[in-house]
Design a protein around this ligand. Structure first.
Ligand SMILES: NC(=O)C[C@H](N)C(=O)O
Length: 324
């Protein structure tokens, strides 16, 4: 019989309503309480372990590292076939991507959550848990890194994004990353990523900020990030990656102070690329020493930049790893 470990970390999937206020308390349920409400597959062993009981807006770099260490610890047991992590949906995409970048074991890690609480009408909690367990026990998912199971879909952690604040179909992957489905009890994997990116020597994550750009903006927040100790900054430019001219001096200043500045686009799809020449263009920013973040969503770029800085890559290597 296969064995899956269900690690619970909180979120709406583990929430309870406060009878006094009528509001949901994310993470109020322990793993045991949550799993006792679910109809778990009975042809495999599910070992339930509560790790955190938080709402996912409380997730931190420190907790990410604790979760990674816990998963590594669980995988020391060769009898375990896969792991499901339940997580609040608000920051699920960042946690899943961090695990994808850092968990070396070939066995499946599947992250899931729910948009509706277990006690709400039409909750997606039970189906998502059940299907995540089925996916995590499936040998076809070996070696493809951490994936996300949501609304019957197996999605790539690199591309997944929460696109709806409440709808059951709350997660999408742009263009790529739809790896498979779970149709009731049947797991179908129809694509495998061509390459896996792995950085296992990550023990501490440095502070990295995301700073969006917008019409008429300037560099005040970039300066604030530098003075408050950021080691990396993801600048979310417009279109191909353009920033307001008034931000350029602060970007140069950040780079001169040793901060790694990486450029992404606030557009949902497409690449950051040198196409134009003007003040604040990608060409101009390259001259200041920025790195280009390809088509990475800014939140994913931040997780990856923090991971690469933690693994002590230099700027050239970081650029190469973002180009892949
Ligand atoms: N649907 C959810 O899980 C949202 C919740 N606020 C969380 O991220 O913890």
């Amino acid at each position: 019989m296969k064995t899956v470990v269900l690690l619970t970390t909180g979120g709406t999937i583990a929430s309870k309503r406060n009878p006094k206020t009528g509001l949901l308390i994310s993470g109020a349920l322990t793993g045991k309480e949550l799993s006792s409400m679910c109809e778990l597959p009975n042809d495999l062993t599910v070992d339930v372990q509560s790790l955190f009981q938080i709402s996912s807006n409380q997730m931190t770099f420190q907790l990410l590292l604790e979760l990674k260490e816990k998963i590594e610890d669980v995988f020391k047991d060769k009898a375990v076939d896969g792991i499901v992590v339940t997580h609040g949906t608000d920051t699920l995409e960042e946690t899943a991507y961090f695990l994808d970048l850092t968990i070396a074991d070939e066995r499946p890690v599947v992250v899931t959550g729910s948009q509706r609480a277990p006690t709400e009408i039409g909750s997606d909690a039970f189906l998502n848990i059940r299907q995540a367990i089925l996916a995590a026990s499936n040998d076809h998912l070996k070696g493809i890194g951490t994936t996300v199971l949501f609304n019957e879909k197996i999605l790539s952690a690199r591309y997944i994004k929460k696109v709806h604040a409440s709808n059951l179909d709350g997660f999408r992957v742009n263009g790529y990353g739809n790896l498979g489905t779970v149709d009731r009890e049947e797991v179908h994997l129809y694509q495998r990523p061509v390459q896996r990116e792995l950085h296992s020597n990550v023990v501490e994550l440095p502070s990295v900020d995301i700073i969006p750009t917008y019409l008429g903006g300037d560099g005040r927040f970039i300066r604030a990030a530098v003075t408050s100790g950021a080691k990396g900054i993801v600048i979310e430019g417009a279109g191909r990656g353009h920033v307001p001219p008034l931000a350029v001096d602060e970007i140069r200043n950040a780079i001169n102070q040793g901060v790694v500045v990486l450029l992404t686009t606030r557009a949902d799809e497409g690449l950051v690329k040198v196409v134009y020449e003007f003040e604040g263009s990608v060409e101009h920013l390259l001259q200041q020493g920025v790195l280009l973040g390809r088509d990475y969503d800014s939140k994913k770029a931040r997780i990856k930049l923090a991971t690469l800085l933690a693994a002590k890559y230099n700027k050239e290597e970081i650029q190469m790893l973002f180009n892949q």
